[in-house]
Design a protein around this ligand. Sequence first.
Ligand SMILES: [Zn+2]
Length: 128
Amino acid sequence: MSLIKNAIPKKAREGGHHPAKRTFQAIRIEVNRELDVIGPAICDIADSLGQKGRIAVITFHSLEDRIVKQTFAGLTGTCVCPPSFPVCVCDSKPVLKLAGRRPVLPSAEEIEANPRARSAKLRIAERV
Ligand SMILES: [Zn+2]
């Protein structure tokens, strides 16, 4: 723990948390291949939902949240063609619709009562 602490420049240390926190989080994410499995897992779950069934995903890291956001966007039928394409060729059909454009974030009261909720983001989508 102190090895990591000493390796991180003082400026980069966040106030309050132990400086090794992010390092251990990074190791865990890599070991579990968490970023690789989120997208496929969401697609599988979306496939197995009945009409109007909902999928709710809570993330605790911005990289995870970005994958959830992008995977949801892909499943809502948003065109995924590169902007340079003159016409849409992906022909993506909506599987989900978003329940709210923005993620649900913890309130100040919740963070006060449960500091671990601080970085949580909840995104919900519904099967169409
Ligand atoms: Zn397209």
